[in-house]
Write a protein that binds this ligand. Sequence first.
Ligand code: ADP
Ligand code: MG
Length: 331
Amino acid sequence: MKLSRLGEFGLIEKIRRIAPGGPGVLLGIGDDAAWVKAKTSSFLITSDLLIERVHFDFKWTSPYALGYKSLAVNLSDIAAMGGTPAYLILSVGIPIEFDAQVVEEFYRGVRSLALRSGVALVGGDTSASESFFVSVALVGHAPHRPIGRNGGKAGDDVYVTGNLGDSALALSLLRHRPRETKRRASSYLLSRHHFPTARVKAGTLLAREKLAKAMIDVSDGLLQDLGHLCKASNIGAVVWEDSLPLSRAYRSVAGREGTRFALTGGEDYELLFTARRRDRSRLEKLQHRLDVPITRIGRCVSSREGITVWNTEGEPRSIGVKGYNHFRFTS
Ligand code: ADP
Ligand code: MG
């Protein structure tokens, strides 16, 4: 079957069926990170690829920002399980005509976020390649029982940390270079695109307090990742468009695009989670201990009802494109 028909997630499902299992695997392929047993504790392991012209473009991404982001996206996967990141293995493919300084700048970006996140770079691999690429593996501790994508139940609330859509809106500004730009708002959006914040503290607190029942990070767009959570939990969901958290910069720049980037854009690296209704006040209290706001954006329903977005008039809104899928170019 052509990859364009199968799509990224169909392909991963095929790989999952062939993948060899082993003892001590508490949670394998299919979540934000794998969970494996050690003698007296357990570890979370995640991996991501970043490839030039697929995930980033040196036309508008500095090597430093790329280094920073390569770690941030993996921190986010560990955060989405409620874990604490610890050991980083980073491999790079580099075109031979590149200057060593570019690679050093890349590693300075990695270093700045690693130092702040308590992560040690412990190995990797280096090779010549046709375009620049980065392969990152991150190992974390699981101090609390990890939160999978599969714990959501109909009737639960749906929450998200931070704001949605800033990163995708920034990317569209980079691509289309509108003649009129709002300087301050644009530079805020660009900083969210280049230097995303993984919500590690929120993730570990939500796991420790057992408040999040299902959790995923929003990397491919809210609706796409909500789709993954719903599929794993065998539920549907309703999202209220007017409760989507949007930054002031987003509101001032988005214009006619409205909530499109917040719903379907990628690379937010916020946490999307479900929680029981009776935990609403506990979540409100937890909010004071977090460094990021959390917003209730919807509700879990039965899988039969699928995923719908209700607009401000209280009407269901149909959404064409759901989010990013490698290999599949139509929705
Ligand atoms: P994320 O957006 O969080 O990186 P993905 O959609 O890339 O998640 O991956 C979903 C799941 O599939 C994860 O458990 C990941 O480890 C697994 N996965 C993706 N690609 C492969 C592969 N080539 N081989 C084995 N597992 C894979
Ligand atoms: Mg991935």
